[in-house]
Design a binder for this molecule. Structure first.
Ligand code: HEC
Ligand code: HEC
Length: 294
């Protein structure tokens, strides 16, 4: 460790004396000890195997036999948590475990990381809540915790979000232009996701029966989660939308049909599932249409 730091020091000094911008040198020194980079090595033994399995399940949620039975659409966790949650900006899992247990305003309860993972299967993946303590839940929790190891614990009393959550855009619904959003979609999105939004080959569906349901974060009628995520994530590899474009295209995408969310249809009976840790036993969300119904 001491040797490594010394090496960084030499590189920094080298860069400064070579005439590199001082800004770059500062970034080199601050990036090293902090946490927005994944650990380099898997833990040894069974734990390492579990972490690797978790990564696989995040990347192959809808096809891997362990998770396929709980996934209800064509999406994988990594469809939104880019690069299996290691992209530092777009829904990163780095640091996430340090925020849990956390207060969830949706469930009106303090929930664990495992609860959060189980709930994502019901909403973003439009599937069934996997049982408490089941292998997919343990494996994904192990993977996310591994990715969070370099972070200090800091439980979140307000939200089920980690320290590097996507910065939230301010959305003024009265200024949203779905027509402009449609144009953005046609120019910047349809070549991958299809004019009909149903996805093409490896490009996932953004609406329709195989996409996230109306109870998912990305479907919130205030447009904040989807617009904020699009700003940092899409078009894939070159996220260049202006804030207004991100908001308008979010309005267009979320005005399209998708599955409704009826909580009870996603919860197995308690003997199969264990405890559903929530104080909101009923929830029905009808797929939003634009403009929002009053
Ligand atoms: C349709 C998109 C989508 C899919 C699919 C999806 N998620 Fe998410 N998830 C999100 C968004 C958006 C957030 C909020 C991220 C943020 O604000 O940084 C989120 C947040 C989370 C968080 C909290 C992250 C944090 O740092 O606070 C966890 C944990 C999580 N999701 C797990 C999963 C798992 C496990 C799966 C697969 C079973 C999954 N998600 C599938 C969109 C998705
Ligand atoms: C170059 C191809 C490409 C372009 C262009 C593109 N996307 Fe994506 N998009 C993807 C891929 C691939 C994923 C899944 C990420 C992964 O698997 O790594 C994705 C994921 C998504 C998701 C989350 C998963 C889902 O299917 O719901 C949304 C929403 C989305 N894109 C919307 C958009 C919007 C809106 C635009 C235009 C502003 C856009 N994308 C442009 C390739 C693209």
């Amino acid at each position: 460790m001491g040797k490594k730091l010394f090496l960084i020091f030499i590189i920094v000094v080298g860069m400064i004396s070579a005439g590199c911008a001082a800004k770059e040198a500062v970034q080199t020194t601050t990036a090293a000890p902090t946490a927005i980079s994944p650990p380099k090595e898997f833990p040894p033994g069974e734990l390492g195997e579990m972490v690797k399995l978790g990564k696989e399940l995040v990347e192959q949620t809808n096809t891997q036999p362990l998770t396929k039975q709980y996934a209800g659409n064509a999406l994988r966790c990594s469809s939104c948590h880019l690069n299996a949650g290691t992209d530092p900006k777009a829904g990163t899992f780095i640091g996430t475990a340090s925020a849990y247990p956390a207060y969830s305003s949706r469930e009106k309860a303090v929930i664990t990381l495992e609860d959060r993972i189980q709930n994502c299967f019901m909403r973003s993946d439009n599937g069934i809540r996997p049982p408490d303590g089941s292998k997919p839940v343990v494996a994904i929790a192990a993977y996310i915790t591994w990715l969070s190891q370099n972070n200090r614990m800091k439980m979140n009393p307000e939200k089920t979000l980690g320290p590097y959550a996507v910065p939230k855009l301010k959305v003024d619904l009265s200024k949203v232009d779905t027509g402009l959003g449609k144009r953005v979609y046609e120019n910047k999105c349809a070549n991958c996701h299809g004019m009909d939004g149903r996805g093409v080959a490896q490009y996932p569906p953004v609406w329709g029966p195989e996409s996230y349901n109306a109870g998912a974060g990305l479907a919130k009628p205030n447009l904040v989660p989807l617009a904020s995520w699009l700003k940092v994530a899409m078009p894939l590899g070159n996220p260049d939308l202006s804030e207004q474009e991100a908001i308008d295209v979010a309005a267009y995408v979320d005005s399209q049909p998708r599955p409704n969310f009826v909580l009870k249809e996603h919860l197995p009976s308690p003997d199969k599932m264990g405890v559903y840790n929530s104080n909101v036993p009923e929830e029905v969300v009808i797929a939003p249409t634009w403009p929002p119904r009053h």
